[in-house]
Write a protein of this length. Structure first.
Length: 677
């Protein structure tokens, strides 16, 4: 019900080869009608891999056609010569859940085995995977000679799980694209079928590996090459899952390819590769970027009518591009229309890279789906109050004014926060006594809150004043004034803006029982002393499998039972959990897939459903997702230290829907939480 077409998903960049290099630009959508001419078949080869997982890992190639010569076999007048260049293999993760990466690179010469060069230049030679009857491959795959270490046949159900990729290297435990070995090429269904079915071929799959020049500056093998002049290189690369029992891991296999000559230069970006990396490869081809073709699903095993294995079901992904490429339609006209309480999103403002007032792509999403915005940074202490007698409201005013002009509310964040980079220098150097410190904070809160009185709906008055594990955080504020600073801030905010809802905001209260207990103790004290607080914000930076729904519901209920409003204030759900055992062992997800996206959809739904089920309508302060699109998530630089990608939000880097959007919509409308598309 939420499909947008049936075309599949990789990403091919089409290039015009007759103009000087230019900086590639983002691909426009929908795809251009520009398509290559039908490729011309030149012959068939078999590339073998043996010794997988051992020190004797090796690769070789043999000709299955008289036009192609593998390592000096037979005399051919105008064929190709392939000569082994290099190989590599490594494992990531553990048995039963990890992945084995391997590649083999070959030199390519435009000549027959007898050394007679071809008088014709050849361009874009691509080794396209085929299901063959001669020699026989495992049905529905390009795989044959599938063996275990003892020579017995490997489990044939693993054959479709050999996934084509590019040459990879292992850097700091993370599989990383080697741009000089990135030869994977995705084809559209029409392009694959256009190759036809040469004798002995049952089916042509939608992928292959393209020959490049040794310099990386083109894909043409020159005519009449000199003796031993191998102008080209091609890297065959795959990844496959590690079995729970290593004895069941494939030890050897081979892949069968039909070699075709194509008229178009194209670059396919793999999931592990950023947009800029792919664009650099495109630029290196010495051609200017023209409109590309989005491929929403790439069939790598199984027949057209019932594919067994597909690639990139939700788009080629990375930090720079996010998860997805427009192939998924969540079917949500407006998220904000599905709720009677604020549906918010964390946004940039001012001079930040994705400032909402100056970023049309952000504006389109925010205006369509959200009724409230939370400034991620520009209403924090150091932005608004950099010096004791100086306030700077310009950047925040721009955002607040933009929101007002578009009928969007503002949840302001935050008047008091301990983080060192956000505490103004004059507060750090304050030397007065407790009374003077509290008076200074009173002025800080009142001057800011009064400036925005009537212009914002609510405030995070104090942010993260509790320790992990319980008790008060020993912050600068606590050191000067003990817990009294918290109460004083709420009182000052109420005096400055009587109509704004006032929240205490913190993280991990849904998973840290001691921290939750400290919260409830603080709230009970507030009630006894008449502290003006309206609600509690649960940041809800949760993982895919923790905390449980029951834990989330129980924590929310603690605040509900005290008669306060509850706000999910900073929701995001990363695919990887940097605190989990899988991350520590290196068994991390480096590519966004359909299965992961749909699992994330269910998790988003479960979290929001827990909120809907636990918090009565009158106490729902709102739901805020902490960021518009994946690349701009705080998690990438902060939590993951830029080591690898993640995809924690509802929209990808091109602002296309992800299944997570559907998950939130399902929860808001009382639908079941599922992993269905």
């Amino acid at each position: 019900m939420h499909r947008q077409g049936l075309a599949t998903m990789g990403l091919s960049l089409l290039l015009s080869a007759c103009t000087p290099p230019q900086t590639p630009v983002a691909l426009p959508y929908p795809p251009s009608s520009t398509t290559p001419t039908t490729p011309r078949s030149l012959g068939r080869v078999e590339v073998s891999f043996t010794g997988l997982g051992t020190q004797v890992y090796a690769s070789n190639v043999r000709s299955l056609d008289s036009n192609i010569n593998g390592q000096a076999l037979t005399k051919v007048a105008q064929g190709l010569q392939l000569k082994f260049n290099s190989k590599g293999s490594f494992d990531v993760g553990t048995a039963g859940s990890g992945t084995r990466y391997l590649y083999a690179t070959y030199n390519v010469r435009n000549a027959g085995m007898d050394g007679v060069p071809s008088p014709v230049a050849r361009s874009n030679l691509t080794f396209v995977a085929v299901d063959a009857s001669s020699p026989e491959t495992i049905s529905g795959t390009a795989v044959r000679n599938f063996k275990r270490f003892d020579g017995s046949g490997a489990d044939v159900t693993l054959a479709p799980k050999l996934i084509p990729t590019v040459g990879m290297t292992l850097i700091n435990g993370i599989p990383t694209v080697n741009a000089s070995q990135a030869d994977f090429q995705a084809l559209t269904t029409a392009e694959a079928s256009g190759i036809g079915q040469p004798a002995g071929v049952r089916d042509v799959f939608q992928y292959g590996f393209v020959v490049r020049n040794r310099t990386g500056s083109g894909r043409t093998l020159s005519a009449n090459p000199g003796v031993d002049q191998y102008d080209g290189l091609v890297t065959f690369a795959v990844r496959l899952p590690l079995q729970a029992n290593p004895i069941n891991d494939p030890y050897s296999f081979s892949l069968v390819f039909e070699v075709v000559e194509d008229s178009a230069n194209r670059v396919t970006r793999v999931p592990e590769e950023t947009v800029s990396q792919a664009q650099s490869r495109a630029t290196a081809l010495g051609a200017s970027l023209v409109d590309g073709t989005t491929i929403c699903r790439v069939r790598v095993a199984g027949p057209v009518t019932s594919p067994i294995t597909t690639l990139y079901d939700l788009g080629v992904t990375s930090t720079a591009a996010g998860g997805g490429n427009g192939c998924y339609d969540a079917g949500v006209a407006s998220l904000r229309a599905l709720a009677t309480f604020p549906i918010g999103v964390g946004v940039d403002g001012g001079y930040e890279a994705h400032s909402l007032p100056s970023t049309p792509a952000e504006q389109k999403i925010v205006e369509k789906h959200f009724s409230q915005v939370t400034p991620g940074n520009i209403m924090k202490m150091s932005y608004l109050h950099p010096n004791q007698n100086t306030y700077d409201f310009a950047q925040a005013d721009e955002l607040v004014n933009y929101a007002a002009a578009h009928g969007i509310g503002v949840h302001a964040h935050t008047l008091i926060w301990h983080s060192d980079y956000q505490v103004p220098a004059f507060m750090k150097s304050f030397s007065g006594d407790k009374a003077a410190f509290l008076a200074m904070l009173d002025d800080h809160v009142k001057n800011i809150a009064s400036h925005y009185a009537g212009r914002v709906q609510s405030w995070d008055v104090v942010n993260e004043a509790l320790n992990d594990g319980g008790g008060y955080r020993q912050s600068l504020f606590y050191q000067h004034a003990g817990p009294d600073y918290i109460e004083r801030a709420f009182s000052a905010a109420r005096a400055a803006d009587p109509d704004a809802l006032l929240y205490y905001n913190d993280y991990n209260m849904e998973s840290d029982a001691n921290k939750l207990a400290s919260l409830t103790t603080m709230l009970d004290g507030f009630k006894a002393r008449g502290v003006p607080i309206d609600g509690v914000g649960f940041q809800m930076h949760v993982s895919m499998d923790y905390p449980s729904v029951n834990q989330i519901e129980a924590s929310l209920k603690q605040v509900v039972d005290r008669g306060l409003k509850v706000k999910i204030s900073e929701l995001d759900i990363p695919i990887n959990n940097p605190y989990g055992s899988a991350y520590q062992s290196g068994d991390i997800k480096t590519a966004y897939t359909l299965d992961l996206g749909l699992a994330q959809k269910k998790r988003y739904c479960e979290v929001v459903k827990a909120y809907m089920d636990t918090v009565p309508a009158s106490q729902r302060g709102g739901l805020v997702v902490w960021g518009v699109s994946d690349p701009n998530s705080w998690l990438i630089p902060f939590l993951f230290n830029n080591r690898h990608d993640d995809w924690p939000l509802m929209f990808d880097g091109r602002y296309h829907d992800k299944p997570a959007l559907r998950g939130v919509a399902d929860a808001l409308t009382g639908q079941a939480c599922t992993t269905s598309w």
